[in-house]
Design a protein around this ligand. Structure first.
Ligand code: TRP
Length: 339
C-alpha cells in the first residue's frame, strides 16, 4: 500500500501569509510525492467556536478557495470536508472508548487554551476530545504522515498512542503509527510583531488587494531605535527586514547595508516591501483567477473530494469493527434491515 498523507485545518476563513508559510506551502509540495488528503475540520472548529457555528459555511468556502489558489490540486489530492464523511465521527466514538481521560487532560495544547480562554473548569466534552477526533481524522485514512506546525505535534503524539493502544487491544495492526512532518519554514510574525493571526488582525491575507497590502505594510513597526531616516538601523531585529527575507528581496544585502548606514529610511524600506509583497502574493497564488468568484465550483470540488474520501474511510472503519469483533455476523448477512 502506498503511504498516505493527511492534514487538516479548522475553517477560519481566508488564509494569510502565516498559513501559507506554515502549512500550505508544504502541502503543495507534498502532493507530488504522496497520496495526500487535506481535510476541512469543521467539527474541530465547533470545539471552541460552537457559538459561531453560523459562520462556518462562509469560512469553509473562503478557506478552500485559498487552498485552491495556492495550488492544492483536486486532480492530485483529495480535498474533503470532515462532516461529509461521518466515518470520522464513528471512529472518534470508538476511539473515545479506549482513550484514558488522563491522556487528554495532560494535553499541553488544551492546558494552554484553557489558560488563554480563562476556561479552567468549563472545558467542553468535545473540546477535551479534540485530539481523539484528530486521531480519527488521520487514522480513518490510515495515513502515515501528517504535515503540521509544531503546535500540533502533541496531538499527533496522542494519535500514535491511540493507534498503538487499539492495535494492542484488538491484536491486529489495523492502524499505522503516523508521524508528524515538521515544516521547516521561517515563522512569520504579524505586522505588529506578534504571532500572525486572524483574531489579532495583524495579518497579510493571501487575497489582500494591493491597496490593503500597502496600507498594512506602511503601518508596520520598525526598529524603535531608528527614529529619523539617518539613524543607523538594526535590520536583524526589525520585523520589516524579516519580511524582506520572506519575499526574497533580490537586493537584500544592499538594503541591509543602507539601513545600517542610515541611508535608507523606514518609509522607503516599507514602500519597497509593499511592492515586493504584492508580487509575492501574486506569485504564490497562481490559481487565484481560476477560482475567484466561483464559489459553486469550490463547493462542488469539496463535495466531490469528500465522495472520494468516503470509501477509504468506510474500508478502515470496517477493518476496525472486524478487529473489535463488532462487525456482527447477522448485520453482515443483511438481516438488520436498518441500512
Ligand atoms: N488541529 C489542527 C489545527 O488546528 C487541524 C486538524 C484537524 C488536523 N484534524 C487534523 C491537522 C488532522 C492534522 C491532522 O491546525
Amino acid at each position: 500500500m502506498e503511504k498516505r498523507v493527511f492534514s487538516g485545518m479548522r475553517p477560519t476563513g481566508k488564509m494569510h501569509l502565516g498559513h501559507y508559510l506554515g502549512a500550505l506551502k508544504n502541502w503543495v509540495a507534498l502532493q507530488d510525492q504522496y497520496h495526500c488528503i487535506f481535510g476541512v475540520a469543521d467539527w474541530h472548529a465547533l470545539t471552541t467556536s460552537f457559538e459561531q457555528s453560523h459562520l462556518l459555511e462562509r469560512n469553509i468556502i473562503d478557506m478552500v478557495m485559498d487552498w485552491l489558489s495556492v495550488g492544492i490540486d483536486p486532480e492530485k489530492s483529495i480535498i474533503m470536508l470532515q462532516s461529509l464523511v461521518p466515518e470520522h465521527a464513528v471512529l472518534h466514538l470508538l476511539f473515545s472508548m479506549i482513550t484514558p481521560v488522563g491522556w487528554l487532560e495532560r494535553n499541553p495544547v488544551l492546558k494552554q487554551q484553557l489558560q488563554d480562554m480563562g476556561l479552567k473548569e468549563a472545558v467542553g466534552y468535545g473540546h477535551l476530545g479534540y485530539p481523539v477526533l484528530m486521531a480519527a481524522d488521520i487514522l480513518v485514512y490510515r495515513a502515515s504522515w501528517v504535515p503540521v506546525g509544531e503546535d500540533q505535534v502533541p496531538h499527533v503524539e496522542i494519535t500514535r498512542e491511540i493507534a498503538r493502544r487499539f492495535n494492542f487491544l484488538y491484536q491486529e495492526e489495523v492502524f499505522p503509527e503516523p508521524q508528524s512532518i515538521l515544516t521547516e519554514v521561517p515563522r512569520i510574525l504579524g505586522i505588529d510583531g506578534r504571532k500572525m493571526s486572524k483574531s489579532l488582525n495583524n495579518y497579510i491575507g493571501l487575497s489582500d488587494s494591493k491597496e490593503v497590502v500597502r496600507k498594512k505594510t506602511l503601518s508596520m513597526f520598525t526598529d524603535p531605535e531608528k527614529i529619523r531616516k539617518n539613524d543607523p538601523g538594526h535590520p536583524e531585529q526589525c520585523n520589516v527586514f524579516s519580511f524582506h527575507k520572506v519575499v526574497n528581496n533580490p537586493s537584500l544585502v544592499e538594503l541591509k547595508r543602507d539601513c545600517e548606514k542610515g541611508v535608507l529610511g523606514c518609509v522607503a524600506c516599507k514602500e519597497e516591501l509593499s511592492r515586493l509583497l504584492v508580487d509575492f502574493l501574486e506569485e504564490i497564488t497562481p490559481f487565484r483567477e481560476k477560482y475567484q468568484g466561483k464559489e459553486s465550483l469550490v463547493e462542488e470540488l469539496l463535495v466531490e473530494g469528500s465522495k472520494k474520501a468516503r470509501p477509504i474511510a468506510q474500508e478502515t472503519l470496517e477493518k476496525a469493527q472486524k478487529a473489535m469483533k463488532i462487525a456482527y455476523q447477522f448485520v453482515r448477512e443483511g438481516k438488520e434491515g436498518v441500512r
